[in-house]
Design a protein around this ligand. Sequence first.
Ligand code: ISC
Length: 362
Amino acid sequence: MSEQHVTNIELSRAIMLCLKKGIPFYAYRLPDDIELYFGAQGDSEVRSFRNFSDITSSPGFIFSPFDIQSDTLAYYLRGDIRLADKDGWNRLHALPNMEYNVKIGEYVDIPYSIYSEQVMKMVDYFRSGRLKKAVLSRPITVACNVNVAEIFLQMTTLYPSAFVSLIFIPGKELWLGASPETLLSNRNGMVETMSLAGTKCSDDRSSWGDKEQDEQQIVTDSIKVILSRLSGGQPDISGTFTRNAGKVSHLCTLFRCHISSKNMDALLQELHPTPAVGGFPKKDAIQLIRETETYDRRYYAGYLGPVLDKNNFDLFVNLRCMEIFSNCVHVYVGGGITKFSQPQLEWTETEIKSRTMLDLIK
Ligand SMILES: C=C(O[C@H]1C=CC=C(C(=O)O)[C@@H]1O)C(=O)O
């Protein structure tokens, strides 16, 4: 997306320097790409993001929560200093130490006994016909002290087709992830998105079951309606195929169409959260999630990604991610629940998904 080129060593050094000095920064590697990108903000005041017209300075990075009605802020982190800029290193070194507190994480695991009750509560809703699908998630806490730069680089090797990212807002947020899911990618009005749902182990060669096909079709139908309305035409839609995402595979359908810039904010608002992380119908599903889950998702299943300018950006769903604290990490995992769901199978699915992150920290 831009002209810069950063080596692993340069990136590691920059990450460690920013963590030590309290400098807000982001780092990422786009899916199926090899370039590493890094941007740091020259001051500590990270502004909120409401819509694309707020973006007056670029490049930068959007970091938005799952529940945009909640108190959790959506941020736009400016990439004032990039490593590949001629004087990037010097400018980074010249920044003063900024004050910040390292956050301490709490123990927030959800045991199977609670999780299975939550699944059954949702299944009852679906059987009574009020809703078709909702995504139930849970945090997993691991006591550890991670080397953030090392894990970020390992992720880029292990998950070549993922969006690998790291974002640091001193005293507030430190998140790492390897997302398999594009939310919205824009190249001067030509937008792409995907319907990604249904999960099996990547070495499972059996054909997809009804439950998986059904839950992915719900996402596909919902995206198709939104794109058709906002583009005023029919989007190009790929066939549905199996997409590998490390330890797991998903069903995937790709969409492409032209959207005018005046409709871009509306498109983002309507797409997020797709039924791949929220549910369907959207408003009722979000309400059911609020009533059922016993923790706050905050940025898990939100969206994030680089902005080159208002008309060129790549946003991904914040999945297969972890939040890093001084004493532990929280890994977040979820799965689509429909009337066909069985608690034990859903639990196992979240266990397998969690390996994407857990294998790197244990
Ligand atoms: C909600 C997650 O995955 C979503 C994306 C792909 C497959 C999913 C599923 O099979 O349920 C989920 O919709 C997660 O990984 O936490």
